[in-house]
Each structure stands twice: as structure tokens, then as C-alpha cells.
Design a protein around this ligand. Structure first.
Ligand SMILES: [Zn+2]
Length: 197
């Protein structure tokens, strides 16, 4: 089985005003806000309760990444699900065409529910708060290690790891489904093979 990191050429939407974040509790010593995490993984979806996006282009691609989240035209998302691709659930996303203040309908948020084990991507810790143990790290540019999928291998087709920098990853089955549904994908989406233990 092969696994791939999903990358998009462009992010045609920005975060919109209606985005609601999961309630956070601030540490009174360092001010870092802690978010409840699902299982032992913290993934970007954990921080977002409701997703709203703004675009200046009403002609959006069939599938894209915006504000770190995976968005697709609902009919494509449902077609991917019909191919028995697992590891995501559909939730609403509100997209506003900001050039004329008109909502863009027909898109869904593919919430990535699959998880995998991967090697740590190095980040330099500057300090650790003595009260909440949260780390302050250098900017992500300092993280350069190649992502490797570890055992046990992911059982779902769309997944994330503990390391947010690994991004959204897919199985070969998901790659084939996406490529067949988006024949003009090569301008927009790329799949980089991931190393495996
Ligand atoms: Zn703290």
C-alpha cells in the first residue's frame, strides 16, 4: 500500500467572519490557549467548530484546501464517499463571494477523521511554560524532517497525523478516486509519495 501527501497549488478562499473556534482556556501564566483534543491527536479540525470562508472568485475548483481545511463540491465529496473512500465526514461550510457579497453554495467541508502514526517532524522548543507545559516553538520553517508513515499503518483512506506539518494524507485508493473525479487535477493537486517504516 502506498500513501501520499495531498498538496494544492492555490488556496482560493480565506477564512471568513463566520468561522467559530472551539472554546479555549487560556493559561494564566503564559497566556497560551489550550484546545481540547480528540484522542491523543491534535489536528487542525479540533480547533474549528464552524467553518466560514470568503472568496474573491466565484469559480472555485472542485476540491481545494482553505484555512487548512479540505473543501469539495458536495457532489464530488459524495462521489468520493461512494467509492468507499473512508476517513472523512461531510460538514457544512459557508462560502461568501466577497466581491459581490453573495453566498457560494454546493460545497462541503471534508472533516478528516482518519489518523496515522508518523515520525516526529522536528521543531525547536524555545521554552516550556512551567504551569501548563505548553511549548513555545520557533516558526515552522525550522521543521524540515521528511514525513514517514509508521506502524500500525493507517486503516482509513484520508488521514492526518499528530504532526500538523504532515498535512492531509491519502491512500492510493483515495488518490485514484480523486484523480478520476478531477481529470484536470494536475494543475491544482499534487500527490507526493510518503516514506514508510
Ligand atoms: Zn502556560
Amino acid at each position: 500500500m502506498e500513501y501520499f501527501k495531498l498538496s494544492f497549488e492555490s488556496a482560493p478562499c480565506d477564512e471568513g467572519e463566520g468561522t467559530k473556534y472551539v472554546k479555549r482556556q487560556a493559561c494564566d501564566k503564559c497566556g497560551v490557549h489550550a484546545v481540547p483534543i480528540s484522542e491523543s491527536y491534535f489536528v487542525p479540525e479540533d480547533g474549528v467548530e464552524a467553518l466560514a470562508l470568503e472568496s474573491y472568485d466565484s469559480d472555485l475548483p472542485g476540491i481545494f484546501e482553505a484555512a487548512g481545511m479540505l473543501i469539495a463540491r458536495t457532489q464530488f465529496a459524495e462521489a468520493i464517499a461512494r467509492e468507499r473512500i473512508t476517513g472523512f465526514k461531510l460538514r457544512p461550510v459557508h462560502i461568501l463571494d466577497a466581491s459581490n457579497d453573495v453566498p457560494i453554495s454546493g460545497y462541503s467541508w471534508l472533516v478528516v477523521t482518519g489518523r496515522c502514526e508518523s515520525n516526529p517532524v522536528w521543531r525547536r522548543t524555545v521554552r516550556v511554560c512551567p504551569q501548563c507545559q505548553m511549548e513555545t516553538t520557533e516558526p515552522v520553517q525550522a521543521a524540515t524532517r521528511r514525513v514517514t508513515i509508521l506502524n500500525p499503518k493507517p486503516v482509513e483512506d484520508v488521514f492526518r497525523s499528530r504532526e500538523q506539518l504532515a498535512g492531509i494524507m491519502v491512500s492510493d485508493a483515495a488518490r485514484i478516486a480523486i484523480v478520476s473525479l478531477f481529470p484536470d487535477h494536475s494543475n491544482e493537486i499534487s500527490f507526493s509519495p510518503l516514506a514508510q517504516e
